[in-house]
Design a binder for this molecule. Structure first.
Ligand SMILES: [Zn+2]
Length: 99
C-alpha cells in the first residue's frame, strides 16, 4: 500500500525557459525550430509542479498517519476500535489519492 509515485522532473526557471523561449529562428513550434530550446508548454510544467506538490502532501500525510498509528493509544476497547477505524479510513483515502 506504500507505493510511491515518481516526482516529475521540472527544470529550474521553467517559467522563463518553456514554450520555446529563447528561440531565435522565428519558429512556431519544436518541429520548425533549429535552436536548442525547451518547447514544453507552460501548462504542462504548471501541472507537473502541482502534482509534485500533491505528492509531497500525500507523503507528509502518510508520515503523520504512521506516527499516529505508532503513538496514539487509548485505554478503552471502544476507543481503540474507533481509532483503528479512523486510521483505516485515512489510509484508504490516501491510497485513493495516490492512484
Ligand atoms: Zn528556434
Amino acid at each position: 500500500m506504500n507505493e510511491r509515485r515518481q516526482k516529475y522532473n521540472v527544470p529550474e526557471n521553467w517559467e522563463k525557459t518553456c514554450d520555446g523561449a529563447g528561440c531565435r529562428c522565428g519558429a512556431w513550434n519544436s518541429g520548425e525550430c533549429g535552436c536548442d530550446v525547451d518547447w514544453t508548454p507552460h501548462e504542462t510544467y504548471r501541472m507537473m509542479v502541482e502534482l509534485n506538490f500533491q505528492q509531497e502532501e500525500i507523503e507528509r500525510l502518510r508520515g503523520a498517519l504512521e506516527r499516529a498509528r505508532r503513538d496514539l493509544r487509548c485505554n478503552c476497547t471502544l476507543g481503540q476500535i474507533w481509532l483503528k477505524n479512523v486510521m483505516d479510513d485515512i489510509e484508504k483515502a490516501l491510497a485513493e489519492t495516490a492512484k
